[in-house]
Design a protein around this ligand. Structure first.
Ligand code: GAL
Length: 651
């Protein structure tokens, strides 16, 4: 059963108001209330001086009103006294400057001292509330990585990095070999001589950088795990979650999620459209809706992270404060976003925040209530969703049509040596995702370790390092696969493989990449498929192959060289693609995989959940739901207004 939630900060409001708030939440149809995640200074005002009374009361007030509490550990906000006592727990930026107190997330993941202090606090909190009947779930910290905080160059990080390297390589000679440190006389005698890869004169060794990124990701995992272990001990049978972000790739979310029960994420579609890479036309068309594939992409990603279980922990409730520009959503968008989450299998949509704060950094960020406590426009929408949820039974989610493999290591690899500045893993993967969704397909996102069985179609957007284990699993894959450029082009240690790209995929793909080049934005290379010409952009590879060629480069330069080739049930694409080229490749690939597509959706998106088919109108005007004649609508109707939602049963 899908449910609604809200984020609440009792410490921001007089106690005399709490009961009224709790009653109004319950009345609105809200089930979950997340609290506590930034409240450290009010819970421990000086070392060891705890004040739990107010939180006891807040939890009791919410619980007595019939609400269920998600309690956040406030470790994203170590208070001033803690920093005064232990300034060494601050993170250092790449220029070696401390990230000072005065906002949030100022701690360094590698500080053992901070980890212990954080755990000490979490233990106190868990002892007190672990078995509280109203506290049904816990959130660890808040948005790991937010404000660019995964990587820190502190002394603590330096020390921990050296230990991490010693453990990974065992002998310093092996590290020298792996990193290729003979180049530019970078050889090391001792792990203790290795620094983080910042403040070098020019580009640091890429293998050094990649290991530092992997190490930094592992530090997030370890920090989270330390909290989870305490919570498991004192809060038995409670779900443990973390709230991940949109378009955030600085640590491996699959690894962190392995210790959680549920992956949750914070969905701010308008803010991410405005600050994102999208073109002006897209930004203008969807300024009040958000990109039609933004939320869906993250629902599918975090469903994968949570092994099927995900929530939206924070849903944008109106204009936010942090994007360059902050428009208000169309009326109906909160409802659309919530239903889209449920259509993708989400268990909970929780809105951020209950009431707009009149003070401090986020005073311009809307809530469901205005700063004066009166309902803002989102409040009525939330009540409507709650009503609708009561009357609609949601079936189990089923497997998607297409699997799209995402790998965080690939993101870091390409960030370290993009070779063409605009080559972005995330953007390319998102473009592919969008193209699939525009054809009405349900996408399952997979990590490299996930099982491939049962999928008719698999897409690997671009994965420089392909392990032998993954290559072996591809060999046994029975469906059709599309492999993107640069896949298999690097070893684990960031070198070019002995027999060139695609490395361990060479036999499977039956080709060899003999040269690569990148192109400035705006320059294109013609690619012909059938009788039609398309444009490759930003990246082009030169292949040698004896296999069937489905598309060729046809410009003046090396005319006739293969752009899209096929070997058995695998296809390989030797470029990045303009939208028309990508759409053509995706369409042909889906046909070849015998997957049914929907011809014209325009600004509508659809998603299946079991035998329920949902449709969402991201357009600014009314349109029709792509439902068969005689379809029985359980939500909405055939006419879909702007921000409209419909659902009907399919067999
Ligand atoms: C999230 C964060 C919240 C709040 C919100 C504002 O990134 O978790 O605490 O800052 O953004 O949109």
């Amino acid at each position: 059963m899908a449910k609604l939630g809200v984020c609440y900060y009792p410490e921001h409001w007089p106690q005399s108001r709490w009961q009224e708030d709790a009653a109004a939440m319950a009345e609105m149809g809200i089930t979950y209330v997340r609290i506590g995640e930034f409240a450290w200074s009010r819970l421990e005002s000086s070392p060891g001086n705890y004040s739990w009374d107010w939180l006891d009361t807040a939890i009791a007030t919410l619980g007595d009103a019939g609400l269920e509490v998600v309690l956040g550990t406030p470790t994203a906000t170590p208070p001033r006294w803690l920093i005064k006592q232990h300034p060494e727990i601050l993170a250092l930026d790449a220029d070696g400057r401390p990230r000072k107190f005065g906002s949030r997330r100022h701690y360094c993941f590698s500080s053992e001292l901070y980890r212990n202090l954080a755990c000490r606090f979490v233990e106190q909190m868990a002892r007190r509330y672990g078995e509280n009947p109203y506290v049904v779930a816990w959130q660890t910290d808040n948005e790991y990585g937010c404000h660019d905080t995964t990587v820190s160059y502190s002394d603590a990080a330096t020390k921990a990095f050296r230990l991490w390297l010693a453990k990974r390589y065992g002998a310093i000679e092996d590290l020298n070999q792996a990193w290729g440190t003979v180049f530019w006389s970078q050889e090391y005698d001792d792990f203790d001589d290795i620094d983080p890869p910042n403040l070098t004169v020019t580009e640091a060794n890429p293998a050094h950088q990649l290991d530092f990124r992997r190490f930094s990701s592992d530090q997030v995992v370890a920090f989270n795990r330390a909290q989870v272990e305490i919570l498991r001990q004192y809060a038995p049978d409670r779900d443990i979650l973390h709230n991940f972000m949109g378009f955030e790739t600085s640590f491996d979310h699959f690894d962190v999620s392995a210790d959680l029960d549920v992956a949750s994420w914070d969905s701010y579609p308008l803010g991410f459209l405005d600050q994102g890479w999208f073109d002006e036309d897209t930004k203008a068309r969807f300024q009040r809706q958000g990109h039609p594939d933004f939320a869906a992409f993250h629902h599918d990603l975090y469903r994968a992270c949570g092994d099927g279980r995900f929530w939206v922990m924070e849903q944008q409730p109106g204009p936010v404060n942090w994007a360059p520009h902050n428009p208000a959503p169309l009326n109906g968008m909160l409802r659309l976003w919530a239903w889209e989450c449920f259509a993708h299998g989400g268990e909970v949509t929780s809105f951020f925040r209950w009431r707009q704060a009149p003070f401090a950094q986020e005073q311009m960020h809307a809530g469901l209530l205005r700063p004066d406590g009166t309902p803002d426009t989102g409040a009525a929408e939330v009540a409507q969703i709650a009503m609708e949820l009561k009357s609609l039974e949601l079936p189990e989610s089923t497997r998607g049509d297409v699997a799209l493999m995402l790998d965080y290591d690939a993101v870091w690899n390409l960030e370290i040596q993009p070779q063409g500045r605009e080559f972005s893993f995330l953007r390319w993967a998102f473009d592919i995702y969008q193209s699939l969704r525009e054809r009405g397909l349900n996408v399952d996102i997979l990590a490299p370790h996930h099982a491939l069985d049962g999928y008719k179609a698999l897409i690997l957007p671009c994965q420089p390092y392909v392990s032998d284990a993954l290559a072996d699993r591809f060999k046994n894959f029975k469906g059709k696969a599309l492999i993107g450029p640069r896949s298999g082009s690097k070893t684990r240690d960031f070198s070019i493989p002995d027999h060139l790209a695609p490395g361990p995929l060479r036999d499977l793909l039956g080709l060899s990449v003999v040269r690569v080049e990148s192109l400035s934005p705006g320059r294109v290379e013609a690619v012909q498929i059938g009788n039609t010409q398309y444009d490759a952009v930003l990246w082009r590879e030169h292949l040698e192959t004896d296999n069937p060629v489905l598309g060729r480069f046809t410009g003046d330069f090396h005319s006739g060289s293969p752009a899209l080739v096929q070997n058995g049930n695998f296809r390989y694409l030797a470029c990045l693609a303009s939208k028309p080229l990508l759409d053509k490749i995706i369409m042909d690939f889906c046909e070849w995989s015998e997957i049914e597509m929907v011809p014209t959706l325009n600004e509508v998106r659809i998603r299946r959940r079991g035998e329920l088919q949902f449709a969402f109108n991201y357009g600014a005007g009314p349109t029709e739901a792509p439902a068969p004649a005689g379809a029985e609508f359980l939500l909405g109707s055939r006419t879909l207004p702007a921000a409209g939602v419909a659902a009907w049963t399919v067999r």
